[in-house]
Design a protein. Structure first.
Ligand code: NAD
Length: 554
């Protein structure tokens, strides 16, 4: 018999009717459904980021749904790489769900072993928020992307991106935020994707202005917009490994170059040179029939792609890696100077992570956009001096379409996260808004070790120390988060990162106030301590002026 949900269009439940024994379980179920509502390839349970999945298979999905509906208020459901494997009696204050996705014993932690186990049905790739049921669509990454481009513009131009051209690749779940983020920062974006449908999707929901097929036409339009300082975004159907080297050869000089193709996965993510548009189906046939040949071509293409980015840099463009391990893959393929350009975290984001500032996200579980608008007003009122925040909320309300359950993301620092979460729970208690789930990206202050990304070039060389995200997850369990997850390989690929996620459900109760006070101390707090431990003075200052305690720091 076929699994019940297979082949069905899954959407998140809305309204105030509970299907579970409490809002904490119901919220987690709605977030799982919301992942699928926003998925890149829902039929295969693929949410985003190459093959980042929400459940091992449709049988597992059905059992997860059933178990969440039956789960008592003092029980914890255990998920092992997308498969429900146990229910334990714990405490009312314990997480309702704990998960471990894609983790392998370090010596075997690579794609080859992973694919072998995946083929045997023993594992699933969880990416970051896919396997942890915290994905909120492309909007989830947009503020991070906007902040990164704005910080770049401030650093290099002491302005916004007005009159600048950004050339990039990839318009998938994460990469699809780039065209809108560049436009919001005033710039011109050319985003190259080999899959026309991905571009259509972003154009249809308002993340990208238009789709073009012709390189010459694209460049002419972009240069004209640059001259007139008009902010526009173009999705160009093409393969980066073809288009980037071609543009170098033609002497085109974009102001900024980066990339968010799914380069972390040479088999199921990146598409080799020569395949785009109509010929994409031939790449998929090659992938299926001759995976070894596909990988060979994919690795060579990533070398060409990365080499072109280095050439752009030599010609004066600002070039940075956007967290997909393109440099690591190119190095593996033989390009010795692949790391000639920096990663986005050391270049633009680390100062924020030092003070525990990170991607705080919240979803309206009732599905009412008015609830999010009410919380938008609240966050601006609570932090009137935070100019970046109020500018962001204004832009978000103007530009960002709703995807699935209405949600918002805004970067908040240590201390502010707890104040805001308590204020949200208070609004829920007063019934001014419906229940809200608070979550975050795994890309955060203390929740990730990823030497080619978030922990690249740490001051004390602790890039590869993976204790911190594990401690983050342990602490969040101890503090009573509603769902806690530990993953391997998000962003950059299997074996290259360890990271953790969490969810807290605001149901308006006093017990949730207590959970919030603890989790929004432990979660960003361990991030501040992680950076203080590495010697960053901004983090040490936060410890000195807050209630955080690090026994090694006087
Ligand atoms: P995705 O799989 O949803 O989309 C990838 C896109 O790249 C697809 O649209 C695909 O058609 C395109 N593509 C693949 N090869 C190409 C090529 N040679 N030329 C042109 N287009 C090509 O992935 P995503 O969710 O958008 O993530 C993109 C990358 O960013 C992944 O490697 C992911 O691991 C990483 N990532 C980044 C962040 C971040 O914060 N920057 C966060 C999570 C993941």
């Amino acid at each position: 018999m076929l699994p019940i949900s297979m082949g069905k269009k899954i959407t998140a439940a809305r309204g105030d009717r509970l299907r579970c024994k409490g809002w904490r379980q119901e919220a987690i179920l709605r977030m799982l459904e919301n992942n699928l509502e926003n998925a890149e390839v829902p039929d295969e349970l693929i949410i985003y980021g190459g093959t980042g999945k929400a459940a091992r298979d449709w049988d597992c999905y059905d059992v997860i749904v059933k178990t969440l509906k039956e789960l008592e208020n003092d029980e914890t459901l255990v998920i092992q790489s997308g498969k429900p494997v146990g229910v334990f009696r714990t405490w009312e204050t314990s997480p309702r769900v704990v998960m471990a996705n894609s983790n392998l014993v370090p010596h075997w932690s690579n794609w080859t072993k992973f694919y072998e186990l995946e083929k045997q049905g023993l594992m699933m790739y969880g990416q970051m928020t896919a396997g942890s049921w915290c994905y909120i669509g492309t909007q989830g990454i947009i503020q991070g992307t906007y902040e990164t481009f704005s910080s770049l513009a401030k650093k290099h131009y002491d302005s916004d991106l007005g009159g600048k051209i950004v050339l990039t690749g990839g318009m998938g779940g994460m990469g699809g935020a780039q065209p809108l983020a560049v436009k919001m920062a005033g710039g011109v974006c050319i985003d190259v994707d080999c899959d026309e449908k991905r571009i259509d999707r972003r154009v249809n929901i308002g993340f990208c202005d238009q789709k073009l097929f012709d390189v010459k036409e694209t460049i002419a339009l972009a240069e004209n917009a640059k001259e007139n300082k008009t902010a526009i975004s173009i999705g160009l159907v093409g393969n980066c490994a073809d288009v980037f080297p071609l543009l170098v050869k033609q002497g085109f000089k974009p102001d900024v170059v980066t990339d968010q193709t799914s380069a972390h996965d040479e088999l199921n993510g990146y598409v080799p040179v020569g395949y785009y548009g109509d010929s994409l189906k031939d790449a998929l046939t090659l992938r299926k029939n001759d995976p070894a040949e596909y990988i060979k071509r994919s690795m060579k293409s990533m070398m060409l792609h990365c080499k072109a980015m280095i050439e752009f840099q030599k010609n004066g463009s600002i070039v940075f890696d956007y967290g997909n391990n393109l440099r690591g893959q190119a190095l593996k393929a033989g390009l010795k100077n692949a790391f000639d350009y920096p990663g986005f975290v050391p270049a633009y984001v680390r100062p924020m992570l030092c003070v525990g500032r990170g991607p705080f996200r919240w979803l309206s579980l009732s599905g009412d956009p008015e609830d999010i608008k009410r919380t938008d007003d609240l966050v601006i009122k609570l932090f009137p001096k935070d100019a970046i925040l109020s500018n962001w909320i204004t832009l978000a309300e103007r530009y960002i379409p709703w995807e699935g359950l209405p949600a918002r993301v805004c970067w908040l620092a240590y201390g502010d996260r707890m104040i805001f979460a308590l204020a949200i729970n208070d609004l829920v208690r007063k019934k001014e808004i419906g229940p809200i789930a608070i979550t975050r990206d795994h890309l955060d202050s203390g929740s990730v070790a990823s030497p080619y990304r978030e922990t690249e070039s740490m001051r004390d060389n602790s890039d590869a120390v993976a204790d911190w995200p594990l401690l983050n997850a342990l602490l969040n369990c101890a503090a009573g988060a509603d769902s806690v997850q530990i993953h391997n390989g998000g962003g950059v690929g299997i074996g290259l990162s360890t990271h953790a996620g969490m969810v807290v459900v605001c149901d308006g109760t006093k017990a949730t106030d207590e959970r919030i006070k603890r989790v929004f101390t432990t979660d960003p707090g361990i991030g501040v301590i992680r950076h203080a431990d590495a010697g960053y003075s901004e983090a040490i200052e936060v410890i000195h002026r807050s209630d955080l305690r690090d026994p090694m720091i006087p």
